[in-house]
Design a binder for this molecule. Structure first.
Ligand SMILES: C[S@@+](CC[C@H](N)C(=O)[O-])C[C@H]1O[C@@H](n2cnc3c(N)ncnc32)[C@H](O)[C@@H]1O
Length: 147
């Protein structure tokens, strides 16, 4: 059976190996994340093999809330792959986010954190098992398994 892999916070140019999903109700998305209800519309609980979050975690106002949602939709043994800004580059990235989302293409509805947050501890506290964890230039990559 084909695996269900979702690019969560995909924007409109999603990774082609994954289905798309974002917070906007756009007809071109495969799935929609309803942040208020903390639900992924059109998606079945315990059905997802992999969530892929590239440059999304620092845009989540409540990381634990969203991870709880992802955990609910993941199959047992399913994984979350996270690519986000490495702690050492956080300030530079914040400067670019401010420039981009507030001045160049103003999108005031896009939230971003003003501080680096330890999302890996949150995943560990939620009983996710770390499979990979490494840094490539300004990004950190980690892979987490639902046990
Ligand atoms: C920097 S863009 C990254 C887009 C894409 N993942 C990429 O790497 O090109 C951040 C994305 O996160 C989405 N986003 C913002 N807040 C979100 C939230 N609370 N939950 C899920 N996605 C969110 C935005 O709509 C946007 O598409």
């Amino acid at each position: 059976m084909e695996k269900l892999k979702i690019d969560f916070g995909s924007g409109y140019a999603h990774n082609k190996d994954y289905k798309s999903c974002d917070i906007t109700f756009s007809p071109i998305l495969d799935f929609v994340y309803d942040y208020k209800k903390n639900k992924i519309l059109y998606c079945k609980i315990n059905s997802v093999d992999e969530f892929y979050l590239r440059n999304v975690v620092h845009h989540l106002p409540d990381i634990e809330k969203t991870f709880k949602c992802l955990k609910k939709y993941l199959k047992k043994g399913g994984i979350i792959k996270i690519i986000d800004v490495n702690k050492n580059y956080f300030k530079q990235n914040l400067f670019l986010d401010r420039l981009w989302y507030r001045f160049i293409i103003p999108q005031n509805e896009i939230w971003f954190s003003e501080v680096y947050r330890d999302y890996k501890s949150i995943l560990k506290d939620m009983n996710f098992q770390v499979l990979e964890n490494y840094v490539i230039a300004e990004k950190e990559v980690s892979v987490w398994k639902k046990s």
